[in-house]
Design a protein around this ligand. Structure first.
Ligand SMILES: *Cc1c(COP(=O)(O)O)cnc(C)c1O
Length: 383
């Protein structure tokens, strides 16, 4: 069976994890800060804060930006549920900005319109979470100009996009955002088994996130409310969590990072090969914007028009042929939990029509030419 994505684990990765197992520190040792610095350096950001998942990173990123009861957060409906759930964890409310169907990313036009309306209704969001779908950055310059105009903070959900660049600089440098979040789940570009990272250029946000990932506790005198009682002393100064990454995960992530550029290059080569094959069919890949280099977490093609029956049949027939195509994503506002919050079918029409067109074909570094040709010929015969 050919999945839509999977990890590549090298002997180097295995050795790195085994070395940690043989060491004294399985958690809270040297590997996590090493991984944080390596990611920050790779992304050209000042700080990296490692956590046990991107979901946790999104949660503490929202908290660090002060999201709470009475606040509003906006994100894309075409994303994994975690991009929206993080706002609800903080007691805030969530709303969505419809997508541009060419790229699957949030539409800057829809965003501009919605902001204008929200200002009139006195319901502007505190934070916007653009999602870099499939590994291609959103148009961050345009988004950040709008955000500044309305005094809105930005968290980039770059779970798909480590290794990508936008305007020739790495995604994660936070040039157009306060915080960027990455996921290291095995299906993503690089993995730490489970794991996530938040990058930022703000020392204050970095410090807040470091505290929140570890119970809201500090052992640093400068953050304490009184003089330390002694070398054992720590203070809890916020209500935090245990969102820490282990040393095993950090060692795996570090080792994987050394292969990141080659993974992304391979993903781009495979995507180009698919593009060429599908231009002859009536299937359109997501449009790639100029000055954008996608990390190609996913290879998404779209049927020429929304067609529930045809779409479903294609996925089912591919699975019968052992090709596990997947749909990214079911629009979040269509999930029962979100319907119960008051969202309705028809709220975000572009996202809903995209849902009936899009499908993700297998794409990962170890996909062989033979397998890719099998996927292409199978899709061709079914279409
Ligand atoms: C995978 C993913 C997440 C969650 O990542 P975890 O590390 O599994 O918590 C969040 N947002 C998007 C867009 C994702 O694809």
């Amino acid at each position: 069976m050919i999945p839509y994505g999977k990890q590549h684990i090298s002997q180097h990765d295995i050795d790195a994890v085994v070395d940690v197992l043989k060491s004294d520190r399985l958690t809270q040792g040297p590997k996590v800060p090493e991984f944080e610095q390596a990611i920050a350096q790779y992304c050209q950001a000042k700080f990296g804060v490692a956590v046990n998942s991107a979901t946790s990173a999104l949660h503490i990123a929202c908290l660090a930006l002060g999201v709470g009861q009475g606040d509003i957060v906006w994100t894309s409906p075409i994303t994994f549920v975690a991009s929206a759930n993080c706002a609800l964890y903080c007691g805030a409310s969530i709303d969505f900005v419809d997508i541009d169907t060419d790229t699957g990313n949030i539409s800057t036009l829809a965003l501009a319109e919605k902001l204008k309306q929200a200002q009139i209704n006195n319901a502007l969001p505190k934070v916007l979470i653009p999602v870099h779908l499939a590994g291609q950055s959103c148009d961050m310059q345009a988004i950040s100009e709008l955000a500044q105009q309305y005094n809105i903070k930005i968290i980039e959900d770059a779970s798909h996009a480590i290794g990508a660049s936008y305007q020739h600089t790495p995604v994660g440098n936070c040039q157009f955002s306060e915080i960027t979040v990455f996921s290291f789940h095995p299906v993503k570009i690089i993995t730490s088994a489970e794991g996530g990272m938040a990058t930022t250029n703000s020392p204050i946000l970095a410090q807040k996130m470091q505290q929140l990932r570890s119970h809201g506790i500090t052992a640093e005198q400068e953050h304490m409310t009184e003089v330390s009682h002694g070398p054992w002393y720590y203070q809890q100064i916020a209500l935090g969590f245990n969102y820490r990454m282990t040393e095993l995960q950090a060692a795996l992530g570090l080792s994987q990072l050394s292969a990141l550029d080659s993974f992304v290059e391979k993903r781009n080569q495979l995507a180009a090969f698919y593009d060429e094959a599908f231009t002859k069919l009536e299937l359109s890949p997501l449009v790639q914007m100029p000055h954008s280099y996608s990390a190609y977490h996913l290879y998404i093609i779209k049927l020429p028009k929304p067609d529930k029956q045809k779409h479903k049949a294609l996925v089912e027939q591919l699975r019968e042929k052992n090709i596990f195509a997947q749909i990214h994503y079911i629009p979040v506002h269509m999930q029962p939990y979100y319907q119960q919050l008051g969202f309705n079918l028809g709220d975000f029409p572009n996202a809903e029509s995209y849902y009936q067109q899009a499908l993700s074909l297998p794409l990962y570094p170890d996909l062989t030419q033979e397998e890719q040709e099998y996927v292409i010929s199978t899709v061709q015969s079914l279409i």
